[in-house]
Structure formats: C-alpha cells, structure tokens
Design a protein around this ligand. Structure first.
Ligand code: SF4
Length: 447
C-alpha cells in the first residue's frame, strides 16, 4: 500500500451485510448514529475522518477493499455483528499491511476470542464497550485499558471506570453531515430524521444481545429532556423538510416515567415521532395519558411482540399474557397511535401450533386496528441465535449446530427487505417450507 499518499487518519465503515452488490437494492437503512458519534469525536480532536455507509450505499466487499487500498488511511474502523462476522473477517484478512484495524460493536464482547484467531497481517484492535471516545484515544496513542494481547492483536475495554466511558450522554456532539441518508424519505411519504436519547435496555429477552443480564456492567443512561428537545429543534432548523423524528433507542418507552419524559421532549416541536416501546410500558397508563402521548406527536410505536404463544413468550422472557398484549395494543389504536409489531418465527422447538397462534395474533391486531381507525403492520423475522445470548448459549450446551449466517434468498424473493432476511438454520419443529409460509403470510397482513 502506498503510504506516501496517506492523508486520511481514519476511515470508518458501516460494515456490509452482503458480500456482493445486491442487484436492484433500493432499501432504506437507518443511519449508523453510533459511528457518527465516533466520527464527530475524531473530527473534533483534529483528525481527518470519513464515514462510508456500506449498507446504505450497497458497497460490495471487492469495492470496499479497493477503497481502503486507494485511500490508504492510517486506521480503518468497522462494526461487527453475528450476521456479518464472516464479511468483516474477509475484509480484515484481505488487506496485506499498511493500515491498522479497529473492530467494535456490541458483539465484540462475545466474538473477540474468535477475532483473535483471524489470520491478519495488519494490526487489529478489538474494542469491547462504547466507542465514542476510545477510538480517538487509540488513534492518538493515548493510554488504553488492554485486557489481552497476542501478536498484532489487542483487546481494549471501555469499562464504567474508563476515562473513555460516556457517563453523561446528554451532550455528546453529532455531526450529521457524516450521514448520506438524512432525512430519510419514508415509503408513506414523510421525511424522517433519527436520534438516540438513551443507551441500554432494562428488559432481559433471551434472544437479544442488549438484554440486561448480558450488560450488567453498563448502566442504562438517558439524555436529559432539554438536550433532546434542543437536538430536535436543531434538526428542524437544519432539515427544513423534516416531518418526523425516529428515536432509535433500544427501548424508548419503557415505563410511565419514560412516557412522561417523551411527552416533555416532543410536545413543543412541530414534528411527529416514532419509537420502540415495550408492551408493559402502557399497562398502567390511563386513556388520558395515551391521548397526551398522541397529542405530543407520537405517530407510531414499534413493539417487539415476537410470538402469540404463551409457551414461546415465557421461553424468551417476554410478557406471556397474550390477552394483555391485545388489550394494551387495542388501547393504543383507540388513542390514534399506530403500531408496528415485530414477530420472530423459528425458535428452537417452536411447533406449528405456536406459529399459528402468532399468525392469529397478528390478524387479530390488524382487524382491531382497522375497527379503531388506526394502522397495524408487522415486521417478521426468522429466528437466528446471536452470539452470547441466552438462547445461543442454551443451544450450544445442547450440542445444536448453528450454521454460519447466510442471506435467506427465498424469503427475500417473496417479501423483499433483503437486509433483514438471514438464516443460520431452522431450529423449530416445522419444515423449512412451513416456516417460510408463516413468515410470508404474517408479513403479508400489511397488504
Ligand atoms: S426489550 Fe427489546 S432491546 Fe430490550 S432486551 Fe428485549 S428485545 Fe432487547
């Protein structure tokens, strides 16, 4: 690699989900806000930085490698997930010297030993913990908390006691010019900008890497309402055509207090908003509270329903009272709030009866929304175990084989939205064909 032309300190890559360019790919993806915070901190510390969103821009691995060789940055920083572990490995192993890699993301906590075994000629720093400030420290060669080192690889942690741990997340600067897709034009015709107002989740779903039991060492943190209101006001100023704000927190509406906080954040801004919520968040709220939420601009909430089977819901540590789920979501419809429900099919041991209950629940909610003049839509996934989660560990202990994650092409051909269709095997009691049918028809209630 030609170091003579080196003028870029760091290239940050939102790492790809597909190895090759996906023909006809026109899907929207969410902006990588976490990488944006890292890039802004680097920039504010005087470094030259570029952010390449390989997901949004549909950049295949071959082109990414050519970009790295041509730009020849001092560092390349990438995020990694269970889904694209093999792709990140291919990128890192294909570059023969000249740059240093930094790999981060929630999954590194469980993947770092695997990454340590990769055959790389470039040095690799694996970051466990939040990267906002530590990436600048790595590039500036400041003291680090290195918990393991082998050959050209180091594992760096950002624990709560680290000077690089973002204790107070209220005023971390974010330069939005790093994002290529803001505001995002939604298929329903409105322009939306994304924000983050908190980090971490208080629930403990057995399939989720954000589960509290897996992240005990990192407290849930919230921005103060004023800092969020200021950011929203600034967004309205920068993007004059913005209609809506999407809150990308793992869980924005988690309890009564968080709902009151949301009302305070949004009641005085001229945009609507959408966010993730837990069904129990609304349980204790009166109808008057729900109307207040609607009046603050809440247009739609995203709820992880996951299943209509109490047995499966218990297994994954979700609210197993399906009637409570129905009653609560119906009250949201009555308040004029739309709901998008996430469903997962294909849990280990899931039977055809369990799947039928999920489908029936989705149909029931769709009908209830129509009767109440609101909208219910679904987003449906095939279960795949993420490294480190309870379900993953249980399956490994039982000796189950978990295949490498691959794109589920048949599903993509039927329902589109390719970026969400991946599989690492069918662990349920039903055939592949039946599983696919349930996913397709539950997703199909949106039509
Ligand atoms: S509520 Fe959502 S973010 Fe929290 S653990 Fe469950 S699935 Fe994960």
């Amino acid at each position: 690699m030609n170091k003579e032309k080196r003028s870029l300190d760091i290239l940050i890559i939102n790492s790809p989900l597909f190895r090759d360019k996906v023909d006809g790919y026109d899907e929207d993806s969410l902006p990588p806000l976490g990488l944006g915070y890292i890039a802004t901190n680097l920039l504010n510390n005087g470094m030259t930085v570029e952010l390449l969103d390989a997901v949004e821009e549909n950049v295949p691995i071959g082109t990414l490698l050519a970009i790295i060789r041509q730009k020849c940055p001092r560092y390349v920083a990438l995020n990694i997930f269970t889904t694209n572990l093999h792709l990140v490995r291919e990128i890192v192993e294909s570059i023969n010297g000249g740059v240093r890699f930094i790999i981060g993301g929630l999954a590194t906590k469980n993947l770092y030993r695997t990454i340590m075994r990769w055959n790389t000629s470039c040095p690799v720093d694996i970051v466990i913990g939040e990267g906002d400030f530590v990436v600048s420290a790595i590039v500036q060669k400041n003291p680090l908390d290195i918990i393991s080192q082998d050959g050209n690889k180091r594992v760096i942690t950002v624990s709560m006691s680290s000077p690089y741990f973002p204790q107070n997340i209220s005023n971390i600067p974010l330069d939005r010019s790093f994002f290529v897709n803001q505001p995002l034009r939604h298929v329903s015709g409105f322009n939306e900008v994304s924000i983050v107002t908190s980090r971490g989740c208080m629930y403990n779903c057995a399939f989720c890497s954000a589960a509290r039991s897996l992240n005990k060492e990192t407290p849930v943190r919230e921005r103060n309402a004023k800092s969020v209101a200021n950011e929203v006001a600034m967004i309205c100023e920068i993007y004059q055509n913005v209609d809506s704000v999407r809150v990308l927190d793992d869980l924005f509406l988690r309890n009564t207090q968080s709902i009151e906080r949301a009302v305070r954040m949004f009641e005085h801004v001229p945009v609507t908003w959408r966010a993730m919520a837990h069904v129990l968040s609304f349980y204790k709220l009166s109808d008057a509270h729900l109307l207040k939420l609607k009046r603050s601009g809440c247009k739609e909430v995203f709820i992880g329903i996951e299943s209509g089977s109490s047995r499966i819901l218990r297994m994954i540590h979700k609210t197993s009272d399906v009637d409570l789920v129905k009653r609560t979501i119906k009250r949201l419809f009555r308040a004029g709030i739309d709901v998008k429900g996430y469903f997962i099919f294909g849990f280990e041991g899931e039977t055809v009866e369990d799947m039928q209950m999920s489908y029936d629940l989705a149909v029931w909610l769709k009908e209830a929304s129509i009767k109440n003049g609101a909208n219910f839509r679904t987003s449906v996934f095939q279960f795949r175990p993420y490294h480190g989660t309870k379900l993953y560990r249980d399956m490994i202990l039982k000796g189950r084989i978990i295949d490498e994650v691959v794109h589920h092409k048949e599903l993509s051909a039927e329902i589109g939205r390719k970026q969400f269709n991946f599989t690492s095997g069918n662990f349920s009691e039903v055939s592949d064909e039946n599983l696919r049918e349930f996913i397709i028809k539950t997703n199909g209630i949106n039509r």
